[in-house]
Ligand binder design. Structure first.
Ligand code: CTP
Ligand code: ZN
Length: 154
């Protein structure tokens, strides 16, 4: 048994989000809209030693398989995360996160004058400009958001 397994136990059914950049687990939780108030069992490990990344975060959500939209949302904050769907203690599916071409309703525009911030019933919408570095362009006002903007406006 590895040191990691001693630290965080295996789950029976649910989703394991692994290889999250060290320190970004809470952003992953936030982008998924998970609050912990739904009584679901979750385990969050932050900055555990990893061969591949130096330090990584892991999020385990019991009793819930993420859908593809949720999986892709994670790419905005953890582009190298791997998603493992667990059933009966076995990993039955591994998914790679992939940045969506358009992002709707998750991030707020940084421009206070943008129509999406005016109180009108307008859902925010962004286009993926570049992946590395991560840049999104607002559909309504054309402003560009970088990674720091995105993390601040989740
Ligand atoms: N996991 C878990 N509960 C299970 C099975 C797996 O919490 N019942 C977790 C493991 O601890 C690991 C992740 O799910 O963090 C992926 O499991 P597995 O594919 O067995 O590990 P690796 O082969 O190391 O995966 P990778 O190649 O993606 O690193
Ligand atoms: Zn805007």
């Amino acid at each position: 048994m590895s040191e990691m397994e001693l630290r965080v136990s295996k789950i029976k059914d649910g989703t394991v989000i692994d290889h999250i950049r060290g320190g970004y687990a809470l952003d992953v939780i936030k982008i998924l809209g998970i609050t912990g108030k739904d009584k679901r069992v979750m385990t969050i490990a932050i900055n555990v030693p990893s061969k591949r990344f130096g330090a990584k975060d892991i999020v385990k959500i019991e009793g819930r398989a993420l859908n593809p939209q949720e999986v892709n949302r994670i790419a905005l904050v953890a582009p190298h995360a791997s998603i493992n769907i667990v059933k009966g203690y076995k990993v039955v599916e591994k998914l790679e996160v992939k940045l969506p071409e358009t992002v709707e309703g998750i991030i707020k525009c940084v421009n206070p004058c943008c129509i999406s911030n005016s109180g009108e019933p307008v859902v925010s919408k962004f286009y993926l400009k570049t992946q590395e570095p991560l840049l999104l362009k607002c559909h309504y006002c054309g402003i560009t958001l970088d990674e720091a903007d995105i993390l601040r406006h989740l």
